[in-house]
Write a protein that binds this ligand. Sequence first.
Ligand SMILES: Nc1ncnc2c1ncn2[C@@H]1O[C@H](COP(=O)(O)OP(=O)(O)OP(=O)(O)O)[C@@H](O)[C@H]1O
Length: 251
Amino acid sequence: MSGIGLRTEGLSKQWGAFKANSDISLTFAPGARHALIGPNGAGKTTFINLLTGAFAPSAGRVFLGDEDITGLPQHMRVKRGMTRTFQINTLFPGLTVLESVMLALCERDGRHRVWHQTVAQQKRQADEAMALLASLKLERDAGTLTRSLAYGRQRLVEIALGLATRPRVLLLDEPAAGIPSGESAELFEVLSALPRDVTVLFIEHDMGLVFRFADRITVLVGGKVLCEGTPDEISKDQRVREVYLGEAEHD
Ligand SMILES: Nc1ncnc2c1ncn2[C@@H]1O[C@H](COP(=O)(O)OP(=O)(O)OP(=O)(O)O)[C@@H](O)[C@H]1O
């Protein structure tokens, strides 16, 4: 499948009088590695929740390619090619890495309620799962229980489960949260090597990783877009330095 863009128009989320997202209009180009940054409470996770359909917007629209998906439930958005990972670990601890990915493939193919599969089907699925694990440099962990993996590798397995849905847009909410810094760079190396037909939007607090791996950056502050641009433009933007990067002491 080819890459697909994502666009929002006037997206807003309000709880009572509190505006967590205000009038956000953004475009994420097909194949982009787009970072969403901003101080704590800026509304980044809320925005992702509006994209995935976990929250209904108070106003505004979401487009996947040319299709208006604002009214679609979450599982239909996954079917259309939009997948997310979470800040928290959501793995089955008692399954091996390979079993976990094969389960995700079964689910994708609608075979999770079928008790019988032919040997040929199983083989195809195992081959696909192993290829996916290889693309994330996880093949040597295929037979390991997910609970026995180092945390950084567990996060990679989560990304493998997301990729098993064959996303065209992958939304990552702090994929490196809780990972030691050496391992988080490795995780981002793997992510940046994903095929360009997957559009990646990620939330990340580590400015080193953001500036190394993003080709576009959007800065959210107080639920609004402060600015958007290339890493070079963002690093030179005086407003960003004052509001956000000053805090993170990025140079
Ligand atoms: N379900 C909810 N009901 C009410 N307020 C909420 C809800 N979810 C989030 N908020 C509020 O919206 C604001 C934005 O939260 P959000 O989690 O989107 O920020 P964030 O930029 O992702 O922050 P962080 O970087 O700390 O994860 C916060 O003040 C939060 O308390």
